[in-house]
Ligand binder design. Sequence first.
Ligand code: F6P
Length: 373
Amino acid sequence: MTKFVGVLTAGGDTPGLNAALRGFGKAAIEEYGMEVIGFYEGYRGLMQNRTVRLDGSNLSGILTRGGTILGTSRDKPNNMPMGGQFLDMTDTMVENYERHHLDVLVCIGGGGTHKSAAKLMKKGINVVTIPKTIDNDLCGTDHSIGFDTALGIATDAVDRLHSTAHSHHRIIVVEIMGHNTGWLALGSGIAGGADVILIPEIPYETQSVAEAILQRSRGGKRFSIVAVSEGAMSVENSLVFKQALADLEEAKKGPDRETAQARVQEIQQAHTANTINLAAELEKLTGLESRVTILGYVQRGGTPSAYDRLLATRLGTAAANFIADGLCGVMVAARGEGIEPVKLEKIVGKRNVVPVDHPWVVSARNVGTNLGD
Ligand code: F6P
């Protein structure tokens, strides 16, 4: 019997999403004779019933294309912005799922997308998810689509900053994405040979960073590259933030919830200037001229790497295989050279952070990189 499947891409875009859509769609249609429709702009399109039939014509020629042909959004089923307010639109999504007589919904995304998929599952929708994130912060899978490409782009940037920092005898502080995890900054910092790498998992002392830079300077190296993850914090700020999060947790259902929430947001807002402030402090402490480079969205734009195309094709085709076998409620996870299903309830709400004794951390220390502690 023909299976009817919907697919959407949600959360921040990453290179490799189109390769995943192509891999899944081609296998589903050509191998198993399934009917596939795509929903535009993540869960928003599911709510608005905005669809496109996927077939050989729109699945061809997209393997190497960045972004997603379906578009994406960060909208959540239970908290959808609607005319100035946030509403729970889960039931409307269930209705649209049923309107198309869907057997399964494939959700391609990161942590937020997985959380939303699990919510829809509780309402009776059969979901299969495919992991993508440049942050590498999803649990339960060895690899997620997009990380490798972003790692390559950030590494190239760290490489290129060397010659300009060297020529001008400057400190260059480069901010790298990663949300609240340091995989991208750590990986590109090591691969690009950054002199200092600061990640959220290891709060830093600005004085320690300044001392490392001065030591290089005394040894004749009059430039330094500081790779800082967007979520990295000084020891002091990290304590303040942790306390604010703990206060919020405690206040969650009580009358102080809004105040505690506002405090967390205030800290997050102030943190957006962290890299700029850090560069200024380092200039003051070392007497060396310093500059800031924020890599930003460049890290998630453009063509996916060969590795991400391969990973996306493996995960996409495996999703079709799982659906053909009647599996649902699972993430299609990369495990070693293979693929395995991982139950959504095992991973939802968890985050893959950098262990402070991870081999990458050890290697960075072994080559003399300062990690700010
Ligand atoms: O999760 C991917 C990511 O690029 C993070 O690295 C970054 O913190 C965030 O998305 C940016 O979010 P937005 O696309 O909503 O600006």
